[in-house]
Design a protein around this ligand. Structure first.
Ligand SMILES: CC(C)(COP(=O)(O)OP(=O)(O)OC[C@H]1O[C@@H](n2cnc3c(N)ncnc32)[C@H](O)[C@@H]1OP(=O)(O)O)[C@@H](O)C(=O)NCCC(=O)NCCS
Length: 141
C-alpha cells in the first residue's frame, strides 16, 4: 500500500485487540457521506487492519473486522467499504464482503483520481450495490 504514493485519511475510530495487556492488533474506521451511482450513501470506511506478526493466524483479524462492522452499523452506516490488496480478497469474502467492479474515485491533494486498489463492500442496510461508480468523497482509508 505504501508504494502507491497515495495520501490516506486519518481514521475517526480505532479498535485495538489486547493480549496479556499488550496491544496486538488494530483496525480503523471512519464514517463519511459517499456517493454510490450519484446518490448519497452514509458509509463507513475500514482501513489500517494490522495484526502483530507473532499473533497472526489465530483469527484476530477476522474478529476485529467483524466487531468493526458492528460498530459501524451501530453508528448508522448503511454500507461499509474498504480498499485492499488482491491477496486479501479471500479473507474478506469469507466474512461476507463482496468485490466491486465499478470505478472508485478518491481525493488526493492534487485532485480526484480513480483508485488503483480492489474495493470491497459490506451491505448493512439492504441497499443495492453500485453498478456505475462510487465516489469516496475524500481521501482513501
Ligand atoms: C492480513 C492480516 C491482518 C491477517 O491477520 P490474522 O489475524 O493473521 O488473520 P486471521 O487469523 O483472522 O485469518 C483470517 C483468514 O485470512 C487469511 N489470511 C491471513 N493473512 C493473509 C494474507 N496475508 N494473505 C492472504 N490471506 C490471509 C487466513 O488464511 C485466514 O483464512 P482461513 O481461516 O481460511 O485460514 C495480517 O496478516 C497482517 O497484519 N498483515 C499485514 C498488514 C496487512 O496486510 N493488513 C491488511 C490491510 S487490508
Amino acid at each position: 500500500m505504501n508504494g502507491l504514493g497515495l495520501v490516506w485519511a486519518d481514521k475517526q475510530h480505532t479498535l485495538t485487540a489486547v493480549c496479556e495487556g499488550r496491544p496486538v492488533a488494530s483496525a480503523g474506521w471512519l464514517l463519511r457521506d459517499m456517493t454510490f451511482d450519484g446518490l448519497p450513501r452514509r458509509a463507513a470506511g475500514l482501513g489500517g487492519v494490522l495484526v502483530h506478526p507473532a499473533h497472526r493466524g489465530r483469527g484476530i483479524a477476522r474478529t476485529l473486522i467483524s466487531v468493526t462492522v458492528e460498530h459501524a452499523r451501530a453508528a448508522g452506516a448503511e454500507t461499509m467499504i474498504l480498499l485492499c490488496r488482491p491477496d486479501l480478497i479471500p479473507l474478506y469474502t469469507q466474512l461476507g464482503w463482496r468485490c466491486l467492479s465499478v470505478p472508485v474515485t478518491v481525493q488526493q491533494p492534487d485532485g480526484a483520481r480513480t483508485s488503483p486498489l480492489t474495493t470491497m463492500i459490506y451491505d448493512l442496510a439492504g441497499l443495492p450495490h453500485p453498478t456505475i461508480r462510487v465516489d469516496l468523497r475524500g481521501l482513501p482509508f
